[in-house]
Design a protein around this ligand. Structure first.
Ligand SMILES: C[S@@+](CC[C@H](N)C(=O)[O-])C[C@H]1O[C@@H](n2cnc3c(N)ncnc32)[C@H](O)[C@@H]1O
Length: 235
């Protein structure tokens, strides 16, 4: 990162993006304090390790395009991937809209550089970092235009490319969720997209998949994707 300092004057912790209710809940201190519980215990830790492995594989696939020295992790949330990415020797900047979540991240990683920022309007110049990592956000954003705006903003600041996760429809889990939604047993429409729709969305932002990593085999609904920035990754 040449000038990683997120400009705090620019960051608006209230956010400019129309957040869904599901996203706004992370501004609540109680939600932030209990967020990490889901990664604890035998099952939770297994899920965490699985995700970490996929994120690192995705990072490596972009690393094959050229050296990676810097990363923006947005939303960094409670710092779930902060130490993992720092341990890779990457200059790290964790950004999130929620001050409550940032406080959790700071408590776990006091040395990490963290700031409040909105993914719709990053306080960073074009190509400021090699890589942007965005985990556990896209499936919560139901507005396709907002997802595209987020992807474009990531592509604007990430020279090499991005690592992003999605939920995809081609899985038993997604099928079951859709059935439950249609039967009125679930209030929110599932946030999974068809693989072709994900590819279209990435391409519309100038991003091209290099690694497509279902978390638990080919029929998993959870996908980690490494996507290269076509505009800058080959220069
Ligand atoms: C489900 S958490 C994911 C956090 C972390 N990446 C993880 O995997 O645990 C979603 C996060 O997105 C943040 N968020 C929501 N809208 C945002 C926006 N427009 N810009 C930046 N962060 C946002 C929330 O504050 C919350 O911390």
């Amino acid at each position: 990162m040449d000038s990683p300092g997120a400009d705090p004057g620019h960051a608006d912790p209230r956010g400019t993006a129309p957040a869904s209710g599901k996203l706004e809940r992370y501004r609540d201190a109680r939600v932030a304090e209990t967020y990490d519980r889901r990664w604890r215990g035998r099952r939770g830790l297994r899920r965490q390790r699985r995700k970490e492995r996929a994120v690192l594989r995705a990072v490596d696939s972009l690393g094959a395009l050229g050296p990676l020295a810097s990363v923006v992790d947005i939303p960094c949330g409670s710092g779930r991937f902060t130490e993992l990415l720092r341990a890779r020797g990457l200059r790290y900047l964790g950004l999130d809209l929620s001050l409550a979540m940032l406080l959790q991240a700071q408590a776990k990683s006091p040395l990490a550089q963290l700031a409040a920022a909105d993914l719709a309007r990053l306080p960073l110049r074009d190509g400021a970092v090699d890589l942007v990592v965005c985990i556990r956000l896209m499936h919560l954003v139901r507005d396709a235009e907002l997802r595209l705006a987020f992807l474009r903003e990531m592509a604007r600041v990430a020279r090499r490319g991005i690592v992003v996760d999605y939920r995809q429809t081609r899985s038993l889990q997604s099928f079951a969720r859709r059935l439950r939604y249609r039967a009125g047993l679930r209030s929110r429409e599932p946030g999974a997209l068809a693989p072709a729709a994900i590819r279209r969305e990435l391409a519309a932002a100038g991003l091209f998949p290099r690694a497509w990593l279902p978390l638990r085999g080919p029929l998993s609904d959870k996908l980690v994707i490494a996507a290269a920035n076509k505009a800058t990754s080959e220069s």
